[in-house]
Design a protein around this ligand. Structure first.
Ligand SMILES: Nc1ncnc2c1ncn2[C@@H]1O[C@H](COP(=O)(O)OP(=O)(O)OP(=O)(O)O)[C@@H](O)[C@H]1O
Ligand SMILES: [Mg+2]
Length: 307
């Protein structure tokens, strides 16, 4: 499903003294199949944007009684927002938002904090049941099959964990179980807000590996929100930088991190490999490589071979 957002603006607590503009005329396309990274300073609007994509935050025009606004004489109204996710038009209040949520799953930051059921099996099944049509609830066999598949997809053994309390799992297992509870509906788009937050380097690598395997086999499009530039550089095919509710760059990471000065000026970091390339460039040695350690070493060796 292709995601198209145009002129998206969102203000929390609109019309009150606590009004906070979180998105300001955001226009961004995310192609199907992308492993897309969203980065930006804290408070730049990343979470607000992704919550629009499955209707957790509704556009005013898709709410039940949108305020009709007519242009006053001489006034130019802002362009109407566009938000489409595949065939779903999120500006249309008649859109089936439950069907949308089945196709667009969001894993929030620290998702393990939302585990609640008595067993892992029940927790993972919860998502499936809550999205099912009231008239056609899945059978016990269907539920078991779906839960088994989802747990296997996140690298957990059904036999080992299904009957356990989620609270008896290790930290890494809990996060996997929570992700299983989102992918159990087989979403086409999987969004994860800071999927590696709070994990040690090994845990981060494992999450990256898991997301790649889900991207290959389970969800066509993966979108991650991250503060971790190495995570974006090593995993994403495309990236967008948010600043003060606006989209500042949309570029493949390899191109994005060439804007090192601007990113550092925005208070963002750059990946380690980009820093090394920058240091070498200052000494007159230009290295152009993908931003993995492996890519860097290969590019340096190739350069040495030329010399
Ligand atoms: N529930 C809310 N009520 C009021 N204002 C909010 C709410 N959630 C976010 N905001 C404000 O909206 C702006 C964008 O917030 P958002 O959470 O989307 O940013 P973010 O980029 O996800 O930040 P972070 O990196 O800290 O998660 C900020 O100014 C924030 O204070
Ligand atoms: Mg956030």
């Amino acid at each position: 499903m292709r995601i198209v957002a145009e002129h998206l603006t969102y203000t929390y607590n609109e019309g009150t003294p606590f009004a906070a503009r979180a998105l300001d005329d955001v226009t961004l396309t995310i192609e199907e199949g992308e492993f897309f990274g969203i980065l930006g300073h804290t408070g730049s609007g990343k979470s607000t944007f992704v919550q629009h994509l499955n209707g957790l935050i509704r556009l005013p025009s898709s709410q039940k009684h949108p305020k009709k606004r007519r242009a006053k004489r001489g006034e130019v109204l802002p362009p109407a927002p566009v938000l489409r996710v595949g065939e779903f038009d999120l500006t249309d209040r008649k859109t089936d938002f439950t069907a949308l949520r089945k196709k667009v799953g969001i894993v929030f930051q620290y998702p393990e904090q939302q585990l609640f059921a008595e067993t892992v099996k029940d927790d993972v099944a919860f998502g499936l049941k809550s999205f099912a049509d009231k008239k056609s609830q899945p059978s016990a066999e269907e539920i078991e099959r779906a839960v088994r598949e989802a747990l296997t997809a996140v690298g957990l053994s059904y036999e080992e964990v299904a009957e356990k309390s989620p609270f008896d799992l290790s930290g890494g297992q809990k996060r996997r179980a929570a992700i299983a509870g989102v992918i159990v509906t087989k979403p086409e788009v999987l969004i994860l807000d800071e999927p590696a937050a709070g994990l040690d380097p090994l845990g981060k690598k494992e999450v990256a590996r898991l997301l790649h395997s889900l991207h290959e086999t389970w969800c066509k499009t993966v979108i991650i929100v991250s503060h971790d530039m190495d995570e974006i550089a090593e995993n994403c095919t495309m990236s967008a930088v948010f600043e003060d509710g606006r989209v500042k760059y949309v570029l493949p990471p390899r191109e994005l991190f060439k804007h090192a000065d601007e990113l550092l000026g925005m208070g963002l970091d750059i990946p380690l490999v980009a820093k090394l390339c920058r240091e070498l460039s200052a000494r007159g040695i230009e290295i152009d490589c993908d931003l993995t350690a492996d890519g860097f070493v290969k590019a340096v060796l190739a350069k040495r071979g030329q010399a």
